[in-house]
Design a protein around this ligand. Structure first.
Ligand code: F6R
Length: 410
């Protein structure tokens, strides 16, 4: 196993994670994190090879594990990593689904991994989306095959916005085995772009159960990006509940969540570190904390009291700043300086306390607007000023997020 991933808390740092019930590691980049996960898998494969044993891997599809597979393929090509002793079981497959369909998990796994390494085809197991009859018997046999292979040595997971692992959607039972399941609307909506519309996304899937997954000896769950932040907080800090099936992993003793900065951004120790332990107050952190307090208490900044700060884990900030009165005025001024009638900068003016530089006086500006009219509705006044004050302004309309894009010069 990679040392970085099994790293334990440094002494005295334990309090940082006191809200967390699942071991997790946060990385600046998902590239680097994926390499470490691939390294852990490769080490496991090699160790087993050394002992003449099979290595049983549970595998996931989706965007999260792609870089892990890329790295494993690279290790196979460049470092001679062999998959000859590897047996794989995939978590899930859409149902019904043909193997040749580019959206099938069968296609995905071959495209990203199996076609590029020396795994024996008979050692690859992916739930069969073409099954015609006796789903129940098929699913029981899938679990039995995993048991007969010696159980999963390592299970790789992603997480859905519903909190699903595999396709165990909210409501899935702790003791569930492999079975067919109806997909949640959110899961189907997330898959819609790949299927060119939600109506083309299958309504059902076959998935390994929670019980199947939690029998794995080691579990690593990957989560990248801001869209996963809310559900990651629930899974790691919330109660164990069937409404967030990934929270069941709190009861597994060898699980690590591997997160990038964005996916970790709702965790208490990241979002509001002052609630977790004493810390060094940088200026951006002070600003973040005071704004958070003002929003939480629904009070304007100038009305925050010493007691408000003390009751919310910010007493050492008061010690540093003197008193609430001083800190409030300081932060109020910081915010005041973000407001200006010269959004593109004021030419020939002292810009040390202004939000935008004075020079160059005429700037080329691009406004990103998720939808045509967002620019006008949400920042029409600013837009107008920028033009009035002689800047060259462009708008990039991102009409459907990533498909259509055009720019208009004003
Ligand atoms: C895929 C699977 C799912 C995905 C999850 C996240 O085999 O079991 O649980 O891991 O939906 O998908 P991505 O990685 O595309 O965000």
């Amino acid at each position: 196993m990679s040392k970085q991933l099994i790293k334990h808390q440094a002494p005295g740092k334990f309090e940082d994670t006191r809200f967390e019930k699942i071991h997790n590691e946060i990385f600046k980049s998902s590239d680097h994190a994926s390499k470490l996960v691939a390294e852990e898998i490769a080490t496991l494969i090699r160790n087993k090879q050394g002992k003449g044993e099979k290595c049983v891997l549970g595998l996931a599809t989706g965007s999260s594990p792609i870089k892990v597979y890329e790295e494993l393929v690279r290790m196979h090509r460049e470092e001679g990593l062999s998959f000859s002793n590897v047996i794989t079981f995939n978590l899930d497959e859409y149902y019904p689904m043909n193997k040749e369909n580019m959206n099938s998990y069968h296609y995905f796994m071959h495209d990203h991994l199996f076609n590029h390494v020396d795994i024996k085809p008979e050692n690859v197991h992916i739930p069969d989306g073409t099954l015609k009859e006796d789903m129940n018997a098929y699913c029981i046999a899938y679990d039995k095959m995993i048991d007969d292979a010696g159980g999963l040595d390592f299970q790789l997971l992603g997480i859905g916005r519903t909190g699903h692992i595999g396709f165990n959607e909210p409501g899935s039972h702790y003791n569930s085995g492999t079975r067919s399941i109806t997909l949640d609307y959110v899961t189907r909506a997330d898959a819609a772009p790949a299927f060119l519309g939600i109506n083309n996304v299958p309504r059902k899937a076959i998935t390994m159960g929670i019980s199947t997954i939690r029998k794995a000896k080691r579990i690593v769950l990957l989560a990248w990006g801001i869209n996963k932040a809310a559900v990651i907080k629930k899974a790691i800090e919330g109660p164990v509940t069937s409404q967030i099936p990934s929270s069941y992993l709190q009861r597994h003793s060898n699980t690590t969540f591997v997160l990038d900065t964005e996916a970790s951004s709702e965790l208490t120790r990241v979002k509001t570190p002052w609630l977790v332990s004493s810390l060094e107050w940088t200026e951006p952190l002070k600003r973040k904390a005071v704004l958070w307090l003002s929003e939480k208490l629904e009070k304007s900044i100038l009305k925050l009291t010493d007691k408000d700060y003390n009751d919310n884990g910010m007493s050492n900030l008061l010690v540093e700043e003197g008193a609430a009165y001083n800190l409030n005025i300081k932060m109020f001024n910081v915010l005041q300086h973000t407001i200006t009638g010269w959004p593109g900068g004021k030419p020939n003016a002292d810009d040390t306390k202004r939000p935008e530089r004075a020079e160059p006086a005429k700037k080329r500006i691009i406004i990103f607007s998720p939808h045509p009219d967002d620019d006008v509705i949400s920042m029409g006044g600013t837009f107008d000023r920028l033009i009035e004050q002689g800047h060259e302004v462009h708008v990039a309309y991102q009409t459907s997020g990533n498909h259509k894009k055009f720019t208009a010069k004003k």
